[in-house]
Structures are given as structure tokens and as C-alpha cells.
Design a protein around this ligand. Structure first.
Ligand code: PFF
Ligand code: NA
Length: 454
């Protein structure tokens, strides 16, 4: 029915879209955050809840985001407004797009700081600084990076520029090509690393930690973190997937595509966990070490293994690339909107928006040193931004997307746009997006609130 194209371009093929969206999904969330929050929340039971959140909340909402993006073929803010208009709804639904763009900004600002650490480790690995490093030394090295705002600022600046550079040139060329090469490479390296960890002497312990479903360890806190992470890891609630969806071919199946992205993202997270935890246990380190897990544990492992310098270098290089392709998808929605709204040239839009993110990132970066004392609700700035986005804004934004696509859009629109192969699958999607996903999000929110107040 529609033969509309986005003014920003469109993906060359279905597979390019899948790879680009996977590039957005697979990032620091999988390799850095998933292992450490799993560690902090006691392991297996957390993983189980997380998997449920991916299947019952993440995947259906991802379909909702893509269908809205592809329907309108515009930046998220305008896409929601236009789809709302098509459905005869109030234009204020574009609030969903605004909430997403705002969350994306905040996430980018601290994401970039962590990506900066990755760049620092690429350099350190590349120059052999971490050869034969012990666990104590590795911990000290990481802490001294955190204590050095200037060094962090340099990497943060470089990372923002790398992202601006790609978004400025348009997503198609740079992003498409990089993803195609780097994503399979990342996967191969993870498997190689997995091979190492299988032989590290701690594999069984690591495996049990990830998959030993000890339900008693579960708290509402952990459930909320799992839910928030399901959104974060799939790049949902920020317009990233909606923007990428707006460049998708009209004939491509949304259902199969989303499933592929979800499976790949989950696989990478689990393999990263299986690569990291055995090494943690083999070296008698603490799985609950927090954000430093990847930066302390892995260097120790690489420092000992034959060829570890090369593998370690490649590993951090690929984590950097994974972070890069994800951050690009955080900048893209707002850039597309500024181009549409103000008619600015894309490079100018990307640069201006990048500058705002760069400034915001400085607050996160200082929260590890000069501003370490500043605490709100017991959290430093970095943790607070992470918590506010992942545990509050993303679930909220996801809830609104579920409500919008499941209840407010006419079934004629969603059925036509999703174009699922069987009516049964469509009905299942409708059931989940209308009831299961919103109820899950609300129950978890309310349980947390109740726990806070009680
Ligand atoms: N999904 C990315 C990750 O797991 O690292 C993070 C991310 C990228 C979140 C893009 C949100 C987003 F829009
Ligand atoms: Na992810």
C-alpha cells in the first residue's frame, strides 16, 4: 500500500538490516554489562528472568517499534506522530519519541565513557602493558584509569568523534560495511575465548553460576534490573530500532527479522558470560565485582594465556567496535529528527548533537573521581544515569510503545505492516503486546515501588 521511502536512505537488503540492528543490539550491554549484573544479582535465577523478559517483553515490543518506524519512514518523533495521525489519534503520542530520544542521550553519555575505557584497554593490550598481569595489579590499573579524568576525557572525546563521523556520513556506507565484517568476527572471537575458558579450570563453576537456577537468590531488585536490561540490550525504548526500522524494505518480514536479532543478541551475552565467569572463578576473583569485571578479570586471563596479548588486543578491539555500532544507533534517531525538523545538513546535525552528548558525558566521567562524593539515592552520577534510564525510562517508554501499537493503532494497520505469515502468530503478538508485556512491566514497577514504600 505504501511505497514511501525515507529521505535518509534505506538498507540494501534484509540481511543488512538484520546486521545493522544486531550491531545496535550487540554492544557493551552484552559483553560488559550482562556479565557484571548477572554477577551482582547472584547468577542463574537472574539469567532465567532475563530470558523471560527478552521473549515475552523485548521481542514483541521490538516488533512494535519496527512497525511504527517502517510505517512512517521518519525519525522516531515524527514517525510516532505520523502513525498516530494515520490512526486518527492525538499528535501528542510523539511524546514516546521524545522520551526515547532523551533516554538515548543519557545512555550515550555514559556509554561513551565505558567505550573510552575499552579504547584505553585496546591501547594497553596493543602495547603489551598487560602481559602477565596479576589480579591485584589489574585491579590497580583499572582504578588508576578511573582516577584519571583527563585520560578518560581523551578517550571519551575520541569515541564521540568516531560516532559522529559515521552518522555524519550517513548510516548506509560506513555502518553497513563495518557491521558486516565486525559482527561475525566478534562472534568468532567470543567462541575462541570460550574455548580458553572451557580449559581454564573454572568452567564448571562458571557454568553453574550462570545456569544454576537458584530461585531463592531472586529479589524484586534483580527482577527490575533484568527487565531493564532486556530493553537496554535489545536497544529498545530509545527510538534506535524504530529509526533503523524506518530504513527497512517494505517486503521484509518483521517477525523473522526480530527473532534473529533477539537470538543473536542473547547468544552473544551468554557466550560472553561463559567466557568471563570461569576465568573469574579460576582466579578466585569475585563475580560481583561490578562494572570493573570485564576490565579486571579479562586482562588477567589474557595476561596468562599463550598469545594472550594478541587475543586480548583483538577482544577489546571488537568490544570497541560493538560499542561503536551501538552508539551510532543512539545518535541516529535524533540526527534524523534534526535533519527533518530544521533542514540542517546531516554532518552539522550530528556534530551539534555529539557536542551535547560529549558535555553530558563529562559528568559521568567525573563521578569516578572528583565528583565521587556526589550521591543521589545512594548512587553516584554514573550509576544514577544508568539506573534512571535502564530501570525507569526504558521500561516506561516500552510500556507506551506496547500500549500505542497494541491498543491504539487499528489492527488493520498493525496487521498490514507486520505482515506475519500466519494469523495465529499475529494473534499471539497482539495478545502479548496488549496484556503480557504491559502487565509484566507494571507488576515489576509496582512491586518495586511497594517494596520501597513498605
Ligand atoms: N543495545 C546496546 C548494548 O547492549 O550494548 C546498547 C544500546 C544501543 C542501547 C542503542 C540503546 C540503544 F538505542
Ligand atoms: Na545488547
Amino acid at each position: 500500500m505504501q511505497s514511501k521511502q525515507s529521505i535518509h536512505g534505506s538498507w540494501g537488503s534484509r540481511w543488512i538490516f538484520i546486521l545493522a540492528a544486531t550491531g545496535s543490539a550487540v554492544g557493551l550491554g552484552n559483553i560488559w554489562k550482562f556479565p557484571y549484573i548477572t554477577g551482582e544479582n547472584g547468577g542463574g535465577a537472574f539469567v532465567l528472568v532475563y530470558l523471560f523478559c527478552i521473549m515475552l517483553v523485548g521481542i514483541p515490543i521490538m516488533m512494535g517499534e519496527i512497525l511504527v518506524g517502517r510505517r512512517a519512514r521518519q525519525s522516531p518523533i515524527n514517525a510516532v506522530r505520523e502513525t498516530a495521525a494515520e490512526a486518527g489519534l492525538n499528535r501528542n503520542w510523539s511524546l514516546i519519541g521524545w522520551l526515547g530520544v532523551l533516554a538515548g542521550y543519557i545512555i550515550f553519555s555514559f556509554y561513551s565513557v565505558v567505550a573510552g575505557w575499552v579504547l584505553d584497554y585496546i591501547a594497553a593490550m596493543g602495547t603489551g602493558q598487560l602481559v602477565n598481569i596479576g589480579s591485584n595489579e589489574a585491579g590497580e590499573r583499572f582504578n588508576s584509569l578511573l582516577a584519571n579524568p583527563v585520560q578518560m576525557l581523551i578517550w571519551h572525546t575520541l569515541f564521540v568523534l568516531m560516532v559522529v563521523g559515521v552518522v555524519a556520513g550517513g548510516v548506509n556506507k560506513g555502518l553497513e560495511r563495518a557491521t558486516k565484517i565486525m559482527m561475525p568476527a566478534l562472534f568468532v572471537l567470543l567462541v575462541v575465548l570460550l574455548g580458553y575458558s572451557v580449559n581454564s579450570g573454572g568452567f564448571q563453576q562458571g557454568w553453574d553460576f550462570l545456569f544454576g537456577f537458584n530461585v531463592e537468590a531472586l529479589t524484586w531488585d534483580a527482577v527490575l534490573v533484568a527487565l531493564g536490561h532486556a530493553f537496554f540490550t535489545l536497544s529498545l525504548g530509545m527510538g534506535a530500532i524504530m529509526a533503523y526500522g524506518s530504513y527497512m524494505g517494505k517486503k521484509d518480514s518483521i517477525g523473522a527479522t526480530v527473532l534473529t536479532i533477539g537470538v543473536l543478541d542473547t547468544l552473544v551475552a551468554l557466550v560472553a558470560g561463559l567466557a568471563i565467569f570461569p576465568v573469574v572463578f579460576a582466579n578466585q576473583m569475585d563475580p560481583g565485582a561490578g562494572p570493573g569485571l570485564m576490565f579486571v578479570t579479562l586482562p588477567v586471563a589474557f595476561g596468562q594465556m599463550p598469545g594472550g596479548q594478541v587475543f586480548g588486543f583483538l577482544f577489546f578491539l571488537l568490544v570497541g567496535v560493538a560499542a561503536w555500532t551501538s552508539a551510532i544507533s543512539l545518535l541516529e534517531p535524533a540526527t534524523a529528527w534534526v535533519v527533518e525538523r530544521f533542514g540542517l545538513k546531516r554532518p552539522v546535525a550530528a556534530l551539534v548533537l555529539g557536542a551535547i552528548i560529549w558535555l553530558m558525558g563529562i559528568a559521568s566521567l567525573l563521578s569516578f573521581n572528583y565528583w565521587a562524593e556526589i550521591k543521589l539515592f545512594g548512587m553516584g552520577i554514573f550509576d544514577l544515569l544508568d539506573f534512571t534510564t535502564a530501570s525507569i525510562m526504558l521500561p516506561l517508554s516500552g510500556l507506551m510503545i506496547a500500549f500505542f501499537s497494541g491498543w491504539k493503532l487499528q489492527q488493520k494497520i498493525t496487521r498490514d505492516e507486520l505482515a506475519l505469515k500466519s494469523d495465529l502468530v499475529y494473534s499471539a503478538w497482539l495478545l502479548v503486546i496488549r496484556f503480557v508485556a504491559p502487565v509484566a512491566v507494571l507488576v515489576i514497577f509496582i512491586a518495586k515501588l511497594y517494596e520501597k514504600l513498605a
